[in-house]
Ligand binder design. Structure first.
Ligand code: BGP
Length: 488
């Protein structure tokens, strides 16, 4: 029998995020977060933000839009908000962790709901929130499962968004660093792996960073504040516990040129480096030259304080965490570009690849390509912290779920990681497939777009028993983990 090429201590596991999984949106002293005011959606209807205008009128707008001045987030009792119950990790954590342990998980990635620890996002602490994650970490550690913590996954306490205009305001850096310090000190003996911001390159205006405007100036000024906050957190974390591994997290979608026409190649370079910009700052510790030039051209002026550049240099991360779901194609001719899927990604169809029902191109080799590109370029450990196949699963009358399409997807992506380790020498430390248990879709708000090895009985309107069932992929992944990635 051949030998596994995956390192012996490779972190096999799964990934989730508080706002899509936890539920208990007002339980245990939690404050409101922006995501608690986002309605459900579907394949065709985008998720909407509910807000109150200055005049007190209740309105909605799509997640990408700017909120009018003075508008505040609002939870309309007549609307359905999937984050409120989600798949209820808050009340099912023991049962779920037992299932993860049964699969043989070495690690489990979760995020902390900022508003559960600091209900308003300010320096008031909710002890009950801290105690909840203590119980979760203790339960994981009991089974020898390493917690991997995303400090901030797409949410911000509503108070910070509405009162301070979120990350556009420099004061939020200080509040975030306080939040990190609270976590680092409290969990320093329980958690070793952290990452600061989920998909830092995908932050949508009010929903995720709490800002009311939505132009380039506002977006990049907020990004600067996120960079400074992340760097401060990394420095502080290393001081509190030098054994901490603190990473960054980016959504990585490698783009291929549509043809060998150099104009298409240039487009692909531009697309890729927009993502790599976020990695450059957090790994190399400075703004890349192309971004500085772009800011000059577009009249984007970043307000920095003395010392920011040094901080960014000193607070570089220990590893690169990234999500990989698909690749895309860039074309110089804009007529080729269509917007696809619930997440409205700009894309050109790749004739060589199949797509998921949501239009996401399935490309296992693209994962190897991403691993090569990132390792060649940055030379620090890599961690695939999200990967997976969103599909409609059918619960059979005998209680089984035959998700062979998911097994096929994972099997090919794991083979691609194996090649990257064995043939390209990539230093890959772990793999946490997305939504290892069914969670609400972030892009569409649907329940029917499922990723899990574990099925949760819950539908798009929030009806269901929340019962858990093992899918066929559950048994398959268990074997893969037991064989440290060797596949039959
Ligand atoms: C990433 C997010 C996750 C997750 C995943 C799948 O962008 O980090 O939160 O949801 O994508 O996307 P979706 O839920 O839209 O299918």
């Amino acid at each position: 029998m051949s030998k596994s090429v995956f390192p012996e201590n490779f972190l096999w596991g799964g990934a989730t995020a508080a706002n899509q999984y936890e539920g208990g949106y007002l339980s245990g002293g939690k404050g409101l977060s922006t995501l608690d005011a986002i309605t459900g959606g579907s394949h065709t209807t985008p998720r909407m933000i509910t807000y109150k205008t200055k005049e007190g009128k209740v309105e909605t707008c799509s997640r990408g839009e700017a909120l009018p001045e003075g508008a505040v987030g609002y939870v309309d009792p007549d609307k359905y908000y999937p984050s409120h119950v989600a798949t209820d990790f808050y009340n099912h954590y023991k049962e779920d962790i037992a299932l993860f342990a049964e699969m043989g998980f070495k690690c489990f990635r979760l995020s902390i709901a900022w508003a559960r620890i600091c209900p308003k996002g300010t320096k008031e602490i909710n002890e009950e929130g801290l105690a909840f994650y203590d119980k979760v970490f203790d339960e994981l550690l009991r089974y020898g499962i390493e917690p991997i913590v995303t400090i901030n996954h797409f949410d911000i306490p509503m108070y910070l968004a509405d009162e301070l205009d979120g990350w556009s305001n420099r004061k939020v850096i200080d509040y975030f660093v306080f939040f990190c310090e609270t976590l680092f000190k409290r969990y320093k003996d329980k958690v070793k792996y952290w990452m600061t911001f989920n998909e830092i390159n995908f932050l949508r205006s009010w929903t995720q960073i709490g800002i009311h405007q939505n132009d380039q100036q506002a977006k990049y000024q907020a990004a600067h504040h996120l960079f400074v906050a992340s760097a401060k957190a990394v420095k502080l974390g290393h001081k509190i516990n030098p054994d901490f591994n603190i990473g960054m997290m980016v959504a990585y979608i490698p783009s291929y040129p549509m043809s060998c026409n150099p104009n298409d190649v240039m487009e692909a370079i531009k697309f890729n480096r927009e993502q790599e910009f976020y990695i450059d700052v957090q790994v190399k510790g400075y703004y890349p030259a192309h971004k500085v030039k772009e800011f000059e051209r577009e009249n984007v002026v970043i307000q920095k304080e003395a010392g920011d550049d040094e901080l960014i240099k000193e607070g570089t991360v220990d590893y690169i965490g990234f999500s990989y779901y698909m690749s895309t194609v860039s074309a110089a001719n804009p007529d080729e570009v269509k917007y696809v899927g619930g997440n409205q990604m700009p894309a050109v169809k790749n004739p060589y690849l199949q797509e998921s029902e949501w239009g996401w191109a399935v490309d296992p080799l693209g994962l190897r390509i991403s691993l090569c590109k990132l390792y060649d370029r940055y030379n620090i450990p890599l961690f695939v912290v999200e990967n997976g196949f969103g599909a409609v699963d059918k619960l059979e009358t005998d209680g089984t779920i035959q998700d062979d399409y998911r097994i096929d997807y994972f099997s090919k992506h794991i083979a691609a990681m194996k090649d990257a380790i064995e043939l390209d020498g990539v230093d890959l430390i772990g793999y946490t497939p997305w939504g290892c248990i069914d969670v609400v879709s972030s892009g569409t708000g649907e329940m029917k777009k499922r990723y899990g090895f574990i099925y949760v009985d819950m539908d798009d309107e929030g009806n269901g028993t929340l019962d858990r069932s093992r899918k066929q992929s559950f048994y398959w992944y268990k074997k893969v983990i037991a064989a440290n990635g060797l596949q039959e």
